[in-house]
Design a protein around this ligand. Structure first.
Ligand code: FAD
Length: 410
C-alpha cells in the first residue's frame, strides 16, 4: 500500500494542500501532523473579531470535524514531528511513532520572535500567535488598565485598536519612526498613526525596550532604552516572526530565513515540498526588492495559493507558483488592503482623500503595489492590474477622473 502524503503543520497552508488534493481526486492516504490541539483554524480573527469577543472558537475552524473523515484526511493533533529521515522517507513523531511517506509537505508556519530583554518572561508579558494566546489575551483585557504594546506592526496595531476601543490606556512602542514601516508607505503609516491617536492610542517611536520591570513575578512597567519608564500591567509583544525551519535544517535541506523552495515549491529533496509562512520562494514580485529575487511571505493568501499550487503539482498538473501577493489588516474602523510587494524607496502616488484613499507604489516606471484604505474597489482593481503586469502612469493613478476599473478590465 502507498505510504501517501504526510503534511507537517495543521495551519492554513497544511489544511489547504490536503483539501485541494482531495478536490483534485488524489486517492492516496493523506495525514496531517499538527502540534496544536484544535482543528485547523484561521489566525487573522485572533487579533480582530475573536479578540474583540465577536466570534467564538468554532467560528474560526476552516472546516467542521466531519469534513476530515469525509475526505479521508487523518489529522494527528497534539503531535509534533521531530525528525525526518530522508533516506528512509520516514517522519519521526514526538510520541515515538515513525510515519512513512511518499511525499512530505512542510507547512510548519512561523513563531513569534522573542523579546530579548530582562523581564520578558514575567507574568503579564504576552504574545499572539495561536488560539491559546488569544484566549489568554481576551482574559487579560478584562482586568488590564494600562497596556504597552511593543511593535507597531500589523498585529500590535490590531491589538491596540481592540484594546483602545474598550477604553483601555494603550501605548505602542516602535523602534522605527512610524507604524508598519517594513510593509507600507510613509503616507499610509502616517494615516494609521493619526487614526490610532484618534482612538486614544499613544506612540513612542524610535524607542527600544531595555527591560520589563516587575514585582512579585508580574510585569509592572516597561523601561525604554532612553530611560523612560511606562507603567503597564499588560505588555503585548509583536515584533515579528521567525520561520519554523529547524526540522528542515536538521534534515540538511537549505534554509535562509525560510525553507528554500523552487518555483514549484519543492525543496532540495524532490520528495519534500514546503508551503506557507515557513518558505522562501522565488517571486517575480520580489524583483528589485531582494538580492536573489526570493521572498518569504506571511499571509493567508500565500498559504492558500501555495497549498493549491502544490496540490495541483502532486495531482499531476505542475505549474510554477506565480500568484500575486495580497494582504489585509483591520484596525478600528479602517480596513487596509495591500496588493503587491513594495519597498521603502518606492515612489508613492496618492489617489483619493480623507479616510478613503489608495497609495500607488512605483519601482522605477513599474507599478509594484497598491495600498488601499477603506477603498475595496481600488484593491480589487489593483489585484487585476498587478496580476496582469500592467502599469497606469503615476499621473493617471493620481487623477480622480481616471477610470481605474475600465483600465483594469480593458
Ligand atoms: P500557520 O498557520 O502558522 O500553521 C503552521 C502550523 O504548524 C502551526 O499550527 C504550528 O504549530 C504547526 N507546527 C510547526 N512545527 C510543527 C511540527 N514540528 N510538528 C507539528 N506541527 C508543527 N494574514 C493575512 O493575510 N491577513 C491578516 O489579517 C492576518 N492576521 C493575522 C493575525 C494573527 C494574530 C496572526 C498570528 C497571523 C495573521 N496573519 C494574517 C498571518 C496568517 O495567519 C499566516 O500567514 C498563515 O496562518 C500562515 O499559514 P501557515 O499554514 O503557513 O502557518
Amino acid at each position: 500500500m502507498s505510504a501517501g502524503l504526510v503534511v507537517v503543520g495543521g495551519g492554513q497552508a497544511g489544511f489547504q494542500v490536503a483539501a485541494s488534493l482531495r478536490e483534485a481526486g488524489f486517492a492516496d492516504p493523506v495525514t496531517i501532523v499538527a502540534d496544536e490541539s484544535n482543528l485547523p483554524y484561521q489566525r487573522p480573527p485572533l487579533s480582530k473579531a475573536y479578540l474583540a469577543g465577536k466570534t467564538d472558537a468554532v467560528g474560526l475552524h476552516l472546516r467542521p470535524d466531519a469534513f476530515y473523515a469525509e475526505h479521508r484526511i487523518a489529522v494527528r493533533s497534539q503531535t509534533r514531528a521531530v525528525a525526518i529521515d530522508r533516506a528512509a522517507r520516514t517522519l519521526r513523531l514526538g510520541d515515538g511513532t515513525v510515519l512513512p511517506y511518499d511525499h512530505l509537505v512542510l507547512a510548519t508556519g512561523a513563531r513569534n520572535r522573542p523579546l530579548p530583554v530582562p523581564g520578558a518572561d514575567l507574568a503579564g508579558v504576552r504574545q499572539l500567535r495561536d488560539l491559546a494566546d488569544a484566549d489568554a489575551l481576551r482574559a487579560a483585557l478584562e482586568i488590564a488598565r494600562r497596556i504597552v504594546v511593543v511593535g507597531a506592526g500589523f498585529i500590535g496595531l490590531e491589538f491596540a485598536a481592540v484594546a483602545a476601543a474598550r477604553g483601555l490606556d494603550v501605548t505602542v512602542i516602535e523602534a522605527a519612526d512610524r507604524p508598519m514601516a517594513r510593509a507600507v508607505s510613509t503616507e499610509t503609516g502616517a494615516f494609521f498613526r493619526g487614526a490610532h491617536e484618534g482612538l486614544g492610542v499613544r506612540f513612542a517611536f524610535g524607542a527600544g525596550v531595555a527591560s520589563i520591570a516587575g514585582e512579585g513575578g508580574r510585569a509592572g512597567a516597561v523601561r525604554l532604552s532612553d530611560d523612560r519608564e511606562l507603567p503597564a500591567d499588560l505588555v503585548v509583544v509583536g515584533i515579528g516572526v521567525l520561520p519554523n525551519q529547524e526540522l528542515a535544517a536538521e534534515a540538511a535541506l537549505s534554509v535562509a530565513d525560510g525553507i528554500r523552495v523552487d518555483a514549484f515549491l519543492a525543496t532540495d529533496d524532490p520528495a519534500i515540498s514546503a508551503i506557507g509562512d515557513c518558505t522562501r520562494h522565488p517571486s517575480a514580485f520580489a524583483t528589485g526588492l531582494s538580492a536573489d529575487g526570493t521572498v518569504r511571505i506571511e499571509s493567508v493568501q500565500n498559504a492558500i495559493d501555495q497549498g493549491r499550487c502544490l496540490a495541483a503539482r502532486l495531482a499531476g498538473r505542475p505549474a510554477a507558483y506565480a500568484a500575486l501577493p495580497w494582504f489585509w489588516s483591520d484596525q478600528g474602523r479602517y480596513k487596509l488592503q495591500i496588493a503587491g510587494l513594495s519597498g521603502p524607496s518606492d515612489l508613492s502616488v496618492r489617489r483619493g482623500a480623507g479616510e478613503a484613499f489608495s497609495v500607488f507604489r512605483y519601482r522605477g516606471a513599474r507599478l509594484v503595489a497598491v495600498e488601499s484604505i477603506n477603498r475595496a474597489g481600488d484593491h480589487m482593481m489593483a489585484r487585476r492590474i498587478l496580476g496582469a503586469g500592467r502599469t497606469p502612469t503615476p499621473e493617471q493613478a493620481a487623477d480622480p477622473a481616471f477610470d481605474l476599473k475600465a483600465f483594469a478590465v480593458a
